[in-house]
Design a protein around this ligand. Sequence first.
Ligand code: COI
Length: 358
Amino acid sequence: MDIRITKSNSSRLNDVDFENLPFGKLFSDHMFVADYYDGKWHNPRIEPFHNFSLHPATMALHYGQAIFEGMKASKSKDGTPMLFRPEMHAQRMNRSAHRICMPSIPEDLFVEAVTKLVQIDQGWIPPIEGSALYIRPTLIATDEFIGVKPSQSYKFFIITGPVGPYYPKPVRLLAETKYVRAVIGGTGEAKAAGNYGGALLPAKLAQEKGYDQVLWLDAKEFKYIQECGTMNIFFVIDGKVITPPLYGTILNGITRLSTIELLKDEGYEVEEYPLTIDEVVEAYKKGTLQEAFGTGTAAVVSHIEAISYKDMVIEFPNPGKGKVGEFVKHTIDQLRSGSIADTRGWTVKVPVEETMEV
Ligand code: COI
């Protein structure tokens, strides 16, 4: 499908302080939009960034038919914009769409839309390691209707904005023993807006106790470690790297998968194993718990400083300096900046030449 491009007459780029980037507050000059109705996608376009006008009965606002992705663009040392595994994000978006009963987006349209948008707003990619252009593809139901059924019309849009680190410091987690994020058979594996809404109260309560995020346990026994809500989680115990299997309840993270592949290639023993919080406590008491870190597009790799569980607090030695997490973070940063050869074909260069203008 041809993407119609209308460029903005002026840019807000000069107002951006790349040295002090907050996360999620700044948005680039353009956005992508496409509409779905009559069983087909229509009018894919890139336009100056703008607000939407929505009918108050727009279904996404009432029944949770809203999903999204999180991706990043970076610049290689020679200034070429690069995406990280974009086709995997397109595939995950469609798995989320399937679960929330929404239409799929042709993978090539998704990747082309992201590529063209990044090409046009490439000046917004921060030239600083650890910062990136965050990309937020989003799909919402747009029928104007009160009643529970799948919408017949949808809007797919992509916005981007320069971001600094999501967690500027090592993270303190509270293992949650009252609330749950997801159950087997539920929507936990989808990147559905509703999953994040349900996690806000427990996260707020954890923050009031001095923790940054919740460490989710399984919904049946409050025993098996799941994820942090903003990141997948890895532990290093006695030299072995352990991350929970997907269960169907946790996000199938692209950074998670990349971490597993990188560590295995480096010779680490990595196991997707149903780790319990009690095993983590036991390893801590025995002195074999070496480090923990979270992975995610926004978080990249964030070291974990402490985990509170019931009446105890596990404090990690040298938080921020965990050897395994640091290796993964450094390797992903180097891949994103093209400082090391990408032998796996994970980074995709965005052509820098100008595209057709309307
Ligand atoms: C991402 O990692 O891209 C996410 O969507 C997580 C969110 C906390 C920003």
